[in-house]
Design a protein around this ligand. Sequence first.
Ligand SMILES: C[S@@+](CC[C@H](N)C(=O)[O-])C[C@H]1O[C@@H](n2cnc3c(N)ncnc32)[C@H](O)[C@@H]1O
Length: 290
Amino acid sequence: MKEGRPSQTAEQVALTRALATAEAPADRICDDPIALAYLGPAARATALALSPRAARAAWRLAYRLLEWGGPELFVPARTAFIDEALLRAASRGLDQLVLLGAGYDSRAERLAGTLRGVRVFELDFPATQARKLRMRPPVPGVVYLPIDLSRQPFEEPLLTAGFDPSRRSAFLWEGVIYYLDRPRAAAVLDAIRRLLAPGGSLWLDCFVEPPALSLPYRLAWRAGIAAAALVGEPVRTTLAPSEVQSFFEARGFGIADRADAAELSARYLRGRWAGLRLFPAWCCLDLEAA
Ligand SMILES: C[S@@+](CC[C@H](N)C(=O)[O-])C[C@H]1O[C@@H](n2cnc3c(N)ncnc32)[C@H](O)[C@@H]1O
């Protein structure tokens, strides 16, 4: 992340959710009517340009011609996966929710009913959080903590802000782990595990190195990674398919639910997206502290 500059990928994923929300209900993968509020002029113009029926039809056709659906379908799918995990946890009883690298996540507001009585903490890179709070007023009751996860420990600030490790808690780490290097990602996971009582939850997505791909798709994968580096948010951590389970188990987490790209496609690509497959690098996890 570039010092003093808000995350661009955070705005891109908000744009993706805004576009998904503009779909007809039968084709809608996730529902985030607040996402639009976080878009600057360029992203807002893109949202408007892609809203007309013809533009959306062209976009769908492109995905049908290509073999796999891209981030525009994956991001809403991962949001739906995490929303469902959050609803399950809330129905069992939840006291605290921590969003790490919250970006323009609007759950504190759009799921306010589900989160009634849940103490919410949002931690993010300082410039991203400052922009979020400029674009839309803070949600009453939410605790906002500016933290650079790549260099600052967050346990102490979270505890000082009132987080109680003995309560029923969940951490949400959506779209972030791959931007940290592996030792730092592991350190954050270890800290989350120390803060969670057994049975607590962690929801996240990660990049799994795709299996043998044809040359155009190998290049597309590399180009995607290079594009993230160009906006100052290089991908630093990917996992080999064989280590997904052991990486998290070694840090004290069991897998309660795992959806790789094929499973995410089956669960969430609905309506006119049905039958499409997501690019095989994506994976969403619902982890439980052992
Ligand atoms: C792709 S966005 C995802 C945002 C949000 N979780 C979502 O899914 O809408 C990546 C987020 O990670 C945050 N992030 C990246 N590196 C970070 C760091 N070193 N410390 C804190 N936050 C970081 C960015 O500020 C941004 O909000």
